[in-house]
Design a protein around this ligand. Structure first.
Ligand SMILES: [Zn+2]
Ligand SMILES: [Zn+2]
Length: 244
């Protein structure tokens, strides 16, 4: 991956470990001392906008009374993923932390977000969520990677692959068409924009978890899932830090 040229993550990890030996962890939200060698303090960890009641399939926030359920959209039309882990809502302070990862390659923010996602995945695995056979980051188009120099989905997936002892298959999915930035499009336009934007190498492992930073309408993740299913995968889960 060209990204290694820009962001040698092994080196980053050593520097991170070294940094934590020399400097105490500091909360990225309020700048107080961090907790548990993490750059987030206990109060800010508690105050995060957790996605407590969510659709089991797509992670959409649901009213508390819904319990463990599917949202109306997934009931009407099952999504291409079996389960979504999305522990947080895309609200403050995630609306600051996630752009720091994406646009400023803020490695401390990346570590904290991967930790939070990993904790949520572990909790779901403990409750019986099946372990995937591989992690696949949602790929950036090469042009976007060149302009940004940083691939946030890959950098989130890397520590998760290590933590869960899973193969990281960044080679599996390819973005074949440079899609327009999704943020300015409505849901229908997003779906059109990405429908055929991905292809997957065949054969894909039977059970794959897709990793990304945020799930908004699910159009991008859905298109990735369809590409993997066409390549022979049988079950796709989604692991994202936050749900919009
Ligand atoms: Zn704090
Ligand atoms: Zn749903």
């Amino acid at each position: 991956m060209t990204v290694n040229k820009w962001m040698p993550s092994q080196v980053d990890e050593w520097l991170g470990a070294l940094g934590h030996l020399l400097l105490p962890p500091r909360c990225l939200v309020c700048a107080e001392p961090g907790e548990d060698r993490r750059d987030l303090c206990a109060a800010c960890t508690l105050a995060l906008p957790y996605n407590v009641h969510a659709c089991l399939a797509c992670g959409l926030p649901l009213p508390a009374a819904a319990g463990d359920a599917l949202c109306g959209r997934c009931l009407r039309r099952p999504p291409p993923f079996a389960a979504t882990v999305a522990p947080l809502l895309y609200a403050a302070p995630l609306d600051r932390l996630l752009p720091r990862l994406k646009f400023h390659a803020d490695l401390a923010a990346g570590r904290v977000l991967a930790d939070l996602l990993g904790d949520a995945v572990q909790a779901r695995l403990d409750q019986g969520l099946p372990r995937p056979q591989a992690l696949v980051p949602v790929p950036l188009h090469r042009a976007r990677l060149r302009e940004r120099g940083y691939d946030q989905a890959l950098e989130l997936a890397r520590p998760l692959a290590r933590r869960f002892g899973l193969p990281l298959r960044a080679d599996l999915l390819r973005r074949t068409a440079p899609t327009r930035a999704q943020s300015r499009l409505d849901a229908a336009a997003r779906a059109r924009n990405v429908r055929r934007a991905f292809s997957a190498a065949s054969p894909a492992p039977a059970h794959v978890a897709l990793v990304d930073d945020v799930m908004t309408t699910g159009a991008t993740l859905g298109a990735c899932a369809h590409a993997l299913l066409r390549a022979g995968a049988e079950r796709i889960d989604v692991w994202v830090v936050a749900r919009a």
